[in-house]
Design a protein around this ligand. Structure first.
Ligand SMILES: NC(=O)c1ccc[n+]([C@@H]2O[C@H](COP(=O)([O-])OP(=O)(O)OC[C@H]3O[C@@H](n4cnc5c(N)ncnc54)[C@H](OP(=O)(O)O)[C@@H]3O)[C@@H](O)[C@H]2O)c1
Length: 259
């Protein structure tokens, strides 16, 4: 994978490009140090023409470098946040681990495995789904008081930590406060588009890691974010990485407040 400095290309000097090893890649994706509040990093993969799924799932969009970054982002995170629609569509299980990964995480002061936190208004998740049955960590269910008691009970019986954080809706602030209370500031949000759309509307996004997969897809699939209203939020380019197969890995961060 090459690190492309767009400025270098614009001025025609290509000697700024360099190959990246695992350590250099990890440095590029490091969370800010000493976080006092949760940092919301969003990760998506899309085709060149903006599709985020093929036949309802994102698997066909993945490339080797996207997979490498996907797993690296999980390795660096305290917790993985995801909307219930994505959990259902992608049949989410718990984050995978192995001995080396556990050791690397422990050495960085992280827990051995990041839990999955799912945001759901109705708590209508299948307790037999992989989220509850194929995991080493108890999933966290962020839901609201209006969700049917029976649904919430089923999920806690299935081993989930069910946390009510709203009355009949859940705001981004309530999500962030819940993650802060869990003591998990390095947040990796893996979508989906409805959750991401709300986070944009509420100006809660600190960072977007977006892979462009070298594919044209067409179809009727959603874009990376959807919300009832458009709310332009300026972002600053963190980096652009290009893999030989055409994959582009970009990182965008929110401009620092007040400067
Ligand atoms: N390409 C990619 O990187 C990528 C990443 C993620 C997802 N996807 C694709 O996106 C599609 C799923 O889209 P989606 O919009 O359904 O995904 P989503 O945002 O994960 O799910 C929407 C659902 O999540 C819950 N939710 C989200 N925000 C909430 C909030 N603020 N408060 C309460 N509940 C909230 C609700 O669940 P309840 O209905 O349970 O109340 C809502 O119906 C799938 O095809 C998936 O493959 C692609």
């Amino acid at each position: 994978m090459q690190h492309i400095d767009i400025g270098t290309h614009v001025t025609g000097r290509r000697d700024g490009n360099r190959e990246l090893d695992d350590a250099a890649l990890a440095d590029l994706y490091a969370y800010p140090p000493d976080l006092l509040a949760p940092w919301l990093r969003i990760n998506f993969v899309a085709s060149i023409d903006g599709a985020i799924a093929v036949d309802g799932v994102s698997g066909a969009l993945g490339t080797p470098s996207d997979h490498a970054v996907f797993h690296l982002l999980r390795e660096l995170a305290d917790i993985i946040l995801v909307g219930a629609g994505t959990v259902r569509a992608e049949d989410y299980g718990g984050a995978r681990t192995d001995e080396q990964l556990r050791e690397r995480r422990l050495a960085q002061g992280l827990t051995p495995v990041p839990p999955i936190a799912v945001v759901t208004l109705g708590a209508a998740l299948d307790p037999q789904a992989r989220l509850f049955t194929d995991t080493t960590e108890a999933p966290v269910v962020l839901t609201c008081t209006a969700a049917p008691e029976e649904n919430k009970r089923r999920l806690s019986d299935a081993g989930a930590r069910v946390i009510e954080i709203g009355d009949d809706r859940i705001t981004s602030v309530e999500i962030i406060d819940a993650l802060a209370e869990l003591g998990m500031p390095r947040v990796l949000c893996e979508g989906g588009p409805s959750l991401f759309g709300q986070l944009i509307t509420d100006d809660a996004v600190d960072e977007l890691c977006l892979t462009t997969s070298p594919l044209l897809v067409g179809g009727l699939e959603s874009r990376v974010s959807v919300s009832p209203t458009s709310t332009p939020r300026p972002m600053v380019r963190g980096h652009v990485l290009a893999d030989e197969d055409g994959t582009l890995l970009t990182r965008w961060v929110r401009p620092r407040r007040g400067g």
